[in-house]
Design a binder for this molecule. Structure first.
Ligand SMILES: Nc1ncnc2c1ncn2[C@@H]1O[C@H](COP(=O)(O)OP(=O)(O)OP(=O)(O)O)[C@@H](O)[C@H]1O
Length: 576
């Protein structure tokens, strides 16, 4: 039961247990509201038998106190079991999702975009939080309590009970019939929402280019269409819900009418007495209340299925596992007949074999789209290979836990990701337990001193979202400082000096020379100048190793490499 609930509602074990408690709490609360009805029933009998004497007054006094106490305790129990437990579960759910996303292979993110994932973690979690605190236990509780009370009614008089409960299956039938339709509407609504969020995010990210190309108007037109679409979808969903919920609620209202009608007939025939008739009327007036309330929020309950499916897609995705103990001997990286495709059937790398030796710089060069970035990503197990294997110091990286593996790597990407924090803390990402002194040494080695010194708070200056207050070169120097700080035995560089000016480039290159001593360095080089000092060059073209060797040998015997060197020499002569 707990496992089914966990799967069905994307809950933790504790969350599933709390959901059961929440439903039971709602049942107890619904039933507690029937106690005053019982008291009233006795009062009517007393009144009909000549009034309330002193002894009975005490009975009603104690009865009222007990009713209030039970209602209060039931409400308190229900509050704890639904609201508080749901907020705790919501926190657990977000952490579980974040943990899962940390372990999911990057191939998953290639197919999902940021807006969608943000929507799942924030939007879906918030929707489920409200549904599980306010609606799901209330609905389940009202179904159970109504069934229970209905069965009790049958013990009194089956005809009157039938008159009271016939509306329940009809209302449920309408509800169940509507569930699929509402789910369909809701799915469309969520899709429209995600499309709009993507559009807004893209618009903000590309605002500069849109302005530069005078394309704002055209783009905004598309965005307005998405906004209209969301509005339309929401209206349709709301209308659909309103139609079914109002129908089901109306049917429930008929229940009181049929109780009154049946009761009157049976009373006239003398088959029931007035107190029983009165009791059924009282019960019928309360019986449907919890269910009516729950039906109002039916759409929210039904829509959780779409949110849960989206969440389960993340939670059920296989993670990259592996041993966390590193058994490597040395740090040679070997690509052994590696084949790879980002998408099934679209081969990107084919039979790639080369060795990047420890203590050497291996440069990956080749035409655009040749597979250089892919090779460096695979070396860090950002993706798993489709064929062959990659080893580091003889250890197959597909058998190593990615987190443990990455402890061996320092990576400098072309697109540096910075956090809205100080320069100091951005560098400390390289090694979280580094002291301020160690961070400063790394910063100096990466030549951050020059620009940090000009900022009002030096290394403690905030750098804005993704370092928007820094230049490309400054951003990259922070990234290089991280690599200095981490001081890992394997270094992956993606043309690390690409956005540095000539002066800084020279300084950085001399610092890198110190850093890479005795290390395995795999560098993606777009400029031949960077490559000339490498120990080995691997030319990747069309996803295959076209040539490999020292720069000198390739200049003599190669084809693509000398051609690229020649082209770049020509481009250096180009001027505006
Ligand atoms: N995430 C991805 N999903 C699908 N295909 C991809 C992805 N990343 C790259 N590719 C494709 O893989 C091939 C190799 O790309 P890769 O980025 O490795 O080449 P590259 O040599 O680094 O190119 P460049 O020098 O332009 O950066 C290209 O055809 C590219 O379109």
């Amino acid at each position: 039961m707990i496992r089914i609930l966990q799967k069905r509602f994307a809950l933790s074990r504790q969350g599933a247990v709390d959901l059961i408690k929440g439903c039971l709490a709602c049942v107890v609360q619904d039933i507690s509201f029937m106690l005053p009805v019982g008291l009233l029933y006795f009062l009517v009998i007393d009144m009909m038998n000549g009034g309330v004497n002193g002894q009975r007054t005490a009975f009603y006094g104690i009865g009222i106190v007990i009713c209030l106490a039970v209602i209060f305790i039931a409400a308190w129990f229900q509050y704890n079991a639904t609201y508080l437990a749901t907020y705790v579960e919501s926190g657990v759910r977000r952490v579980t999702l974040a943990e899962k996303l940390r372990k999911i292979p990057l191939s998953f993110f290639g197919k999902k975009d940021l807006a969608d994932l943000t929507n799942s973690i924030m939007g879906d979690c918030a929707t489920l939080e409200t549904a599980f605190s306010h609606y799901v236990p209330a609905l389940a509780g009202s179904i159970i309590s109504t069934t229970f009370i209905s069965l009790c009614l049958f013990a009194y008089d089956w005809r009157m009970a039938l008159a009271a409960v016939w509306v329940l299956p009809v209302a449920f039938a309408i509800t169940l019939f509507s569930a699929r339709i509402q789910e369909y509407f809701n799915r469309k609504s969520v899709t429209a929402n995600v499309a709009l969020e993507k559009g807004v995010q893209e618009c903000i990210e590309t605002l500069q280019d849109l302005k530069a190309n005078n394309a704002e108007k055209r783009y905004l037109k598309g965005l307005y269409k998405k906004i209209d679409d969301v509005e339309k979808r929401h209206i349709i969903t709301e209308l659909g819900t309103a139609l079914f919920v109002v129908s089901a609620t109306l049917i429930l209202k008929f229940g009181i009418a049929t109780v009154a009608l049946t009761g009157s007939v049976l009373l006239i025939r003398g088959e029931i007495d007035i107190p029983l008739f009165f009791m059924f009327l009282l019960v019928a007036s309360r019986l449907y209340a919890p269910l009516e309330g729950a039906l109002q929020n039916l759409a929210a309950v039904i829509s959780t299925r779409t949110n849960i499916n989206r969440m389960n897609e993340i939670l059920d995705h296989p993670v990259q596992g592996g041993s966390s103990s590193l058994t490597n001997k040395g740090y040679d990286i070997v690509f052994d007949h590696v084949g790879f495709a980002y998408n099934m059937g679209e081969t990107v790398l084919e039979d790639v074999s080369f060795t990047a030796k420890q203590g050497e710089v291996t440069a990956l060069v080749g035409p655009s789209g040749g597979g250089k970035t892919t090779v460096s990503r695979l070396a860090a197990r950002f993706w798993d290979v489709s064929k062959g294997k990659i080893t580091v110091g003889g250890m197959d990286i597909s058998e190593i836990d990615p987190e443990a593996l990455l402890s061996l790597y320092s990576i400098v990407f072309q697109d540096v990701t910075l956090f809205n924090n100080t320069i100091m803390e951005n560098i400390r990402i390289g090694r979280k337990d580094a002291t301020d002194e160690e961070v400063l040494v790394a910063a100096q080695m990466a030549n951050c001193e020059e620009f940090a010194g000009k900022l009002p708070d030096g290394y403690n200056s905030m750098i804005g979202e993704n370092g928007c207050e820094l230049s490309g070169g400054e951003r990259q120097r922070i990234s290089i400082a991280r690599a200095f700080l981490k001081n890992a035995p394997v270094i992956l560089l993606d043309e690390a000096t690409a956005s540095l000016d000539v002066e800084n480039e020279t300084l950085i290159q001399s610092a890198l020379s110190r850093l890479i001593k005795d290390k395995t360095v795999l560098v993606i080089a777009h400029r031949m100048r960077t490559v000339s000092g490498a120990d080995k060059v691997v030319v990747l073209s069309g996803g295959k190793v076209a040539e490999q060797g020292t720069p000198g040998i390739l200049m003599e015997k190669g084809e693509i490499y000398p051609h690229m060197v020649k082209l770049q020499m020509l481009s250096q002569k180009w001027s505006i």
